[in-house]
Design a protein around this ligand. Structure first.
Ligand code: NAP
Ligand code: ZN
Ligand code: ZN
Length: 351
């Protein structure tokens, strides 16, 4: 397969910082779109992957799956996008397209889904590489259209932080009368607050950080409960229909299950792995409560969210950084010190 080399930033091992690399991109096939990357959001999953927290990283890894850019070339059969369009790419760049999940617009649950980074690129027969790079080449079926009225840097986090919280909000039918809680005010958490609020729900934030109360209210939370305050937790027992838990590391889910209403669901989108302490089933059985998980969202649902953001003028609250600052951004993200998503201005990669 013909390919060319582009500048990127990535990690060569779990122990080393991200640094400049050269990677290959394929030349466009009939159905491909070549995108000059303008902005790329920084997700906590990028950090987990670079540090091999999930034990599956193959190096080198070039993270980044919140990509906004300009189309610079299209293949001969591409009909959805044209040169100069502003487009976006999220966490998926391919899937089998024939299984039941693919047919149901749930490509994220396809057994053969290809991640934007760390997946298998069948064209180049290597790992896929993400958005911390100059350009990306993606099949048009996985390239999304960006509403014209929105800030391009601010829309980038919608491609992962947004869709990961939107998909469960929609699946569990959140609407005007819903009582929703969000655990953790970071990238995913702040989008969850904005989106649940825009859907008309009553929104509560659970946070460890008293310093985030005012921000949470500005973002659209009606209430904030400090999760380390037992009396405050007691006051919201049995209250919520849906809880979106975005905490990235192992933590006790039991106090949150207690705050679910009858038939309520706690949706874990953050931590991936065994629970410690274990789940106590008593409140689940006594109140028909569920603990569930959810992975990003499909392509059609991501386009639905981008359009919803266009209609409701929703973007992420961001701090724009240069790619050269990515390692200190990771350190700050580990301390929950970001308001509320870093987005890389990818023009910095050219300098
Ligand atoms: P983030 O910006 O770092 O935010 C995480 C928030 O969780 C923090 O701001 C903090 O909020 C809270 N938190 C952090 N460490 C904690 C701890 N040890 N105990 C309790 N609370 C803690 O991360 P993100 O980008 O939103 O990502 C969140 C998680 O979702 C990551 O694990 C990421 O890999 C995962 N993710 C999953 C999917 C999916 O499809 N399911 C997609 C994208 C990302 P407070 O200060 O308010 O407590
Ligand atoms: Zn992500
Ligand atoms: Zn499939």
């Amino acid at each position: 397969m013909n390919h060319y080399s582009v500048k990127a930033y990535g990690a060569e091992s779990a122990e080393t910082d991200l640094l400049p690399l050269q990677i290959d991109r394929r030349t466009v096939t009939n159905t491909d779109v070549k995108i000059d990357i303008l902005y790329c959001g920084v997700c906590h999953s990028d950090l987990h992957f670079a540090k091999n927290d999930w034990g599956m990283t193959q190096y080198p890894v070039v993270p980044g799956h919140e990509i906004v850019g300009r189309v610079v070339e299209v293949g001969s059969k591409v009909s959805k996008h044209k040169v100069d369009d502003i487009v976006a790419v999220g966490c998926l760049v391919d899937s089998c397209r024939t299984c039941q999940n693919c047919k149901n617009d749930l490509e994220q649950y396809c057994p053969e889904w290809v991640g934007t980074y760390g997946g298998y690129d069948k064209h180049l027969e290597t790992n896929t590489h993400g958005g911390y790079s100059e350009t990306i080449v993606v099949d048009e079926a996985f390239v999304l259209s960006v509403p014209e009225n929105l800030d391009l840097a601010g829309i980038a986090p919608v491609l992962c932080a947004g869709i990961t919280t939107w998909s469960p909000l929609r699946h569990w039918n959140v609407g005007k009368d819903s009582k929703v809680a969000v655990v953790g005010l970071g990238g995913l958490g702040h989008m969850a607050i904005k989106l649940a609020n825009a859907l008309g729900a009553h929104v509560t934030l659970f946070s460890r950080s008293k310093g985030k109360i005012d921000d949470a209210k500005k973002l659209g939370a009606h209430d904030v409960v400090i999760s380390t305050d037992e009396a405050a937790m007691e006051q919201v027992m049995g209250k919520f229909d849906v809880i979106i838990d975005t905490v990235p590391y192992v933590h006790d889910l039991n106090p949150y299950v207690n705050t679910l209403n009858t038939n309520g669901t706690l949706v874990v989108v953050g931590y991936l792995g065994p629970l410690d302490p274990m789940l106590v089933t008593v409140p689940m059985i006594m109140g028909r409560k569920s603990v569930a998980g959810s992975l990003i969202g499909g392509i059609a649902e991501t386009q639905e969210l981008l359009d919803f953001c266009g209609e409701h003028n929703i973007t992420s609250d961001i701090e724009v950084i240069k790619i050269q600052d990515i390692n200190s951004a990771y350190e700050r993200m580990l301390k929950s010190d970001v308001k509320y998503r870093f987005v890389i201005d990818m023009s910095s990669l050219k300098s």
